[in-house]
Write a protein that binds this ligand. Structure first.
Ligand code: GDP
Ligand code: MG
Length: 161
């Protein structure tokens, strides 16, 4: 029904987005969600939770040896965060572009970090950096049955015929 231009697997690419504890405290959750919604991505899972060290050690396994890791752990366990899975064409790359540079000062205005973050230690959101990373990270944060497959009525208008 999409004339074969975009195959279902391309439309079903998924990424993990975390609205980090600073953003929950600053009441930015709605703003972050709105950005992905209005872009056209499909929300397929979401929950508010208090992350623990075990989960974060898996999520940030590449960073565990970094000198800032204890500070990162303290930040990420300082309060609840919102974990979400967004789905859509090139969602991993698009979401990284919407989140902006890791260095908040380098993050372009209009990106989430460029609009809301002053420093790398309080940078509002996480987004997976590759399709493979996303697959792994989604598995850390969600059970399979927490992902909801649903048809969005605007699909032909979002992607074209
Ligand atoms: P991201 O993919 O843009 O989030 O960046 P990285 O994967 O390189 O780092 C993961 C997260 O670790 C960042 O989003 C920050 O929350 C944190 N982080 C990275 N570098 C630093 C640092 O130099 N200091 C502190 N305090 N946190 C950092
Ligand atoms: Mg990263």
């Amino acid at each position: 029904w999409l004339c074969g231009v975009l195959a279902p697997p391309e439309l079903q690419e998924k990424t993990l987005v975390l609205v980090k504890p600073d953003a929950v405290q600053r009441r930015l959750v709605g703003n972050v969600i709105q950005r992905f919604e209005r872009r056209g991505f499909k929300l397929v899972a979401m929950k508010l939770l208090q992350a623990d060290q075990g989960l974060l050690d898996k999520h940030y396994q590449q960073l565990r040896q970094k000198p800032f890791y204890p500070a990162l752990l303290a930040y990420m366990t300082s309060g609840p965060l919102v974990a979400m899975v967004w789905e859509g064409y090139n969602v991993v790359r698009s979401t990284r572009a919407m989140v902006g540079d890791t260095d908040s000062a380098a993050a372009a205005a209009g990106t989430i970090r460029g609009d809301f973050s002053m420093h790398v230690s309080r940078n509002v959101v996480h987004a997976s950096d590759s399709v493979e990373t996303a697959r792994r990270e989604i598995g850390f944060w969600f059970q399979r049955d927490e992902l909801v497959a649903w048809e969005s009525g605007d699909q032909d208008y979002t992607y074209g015929p």
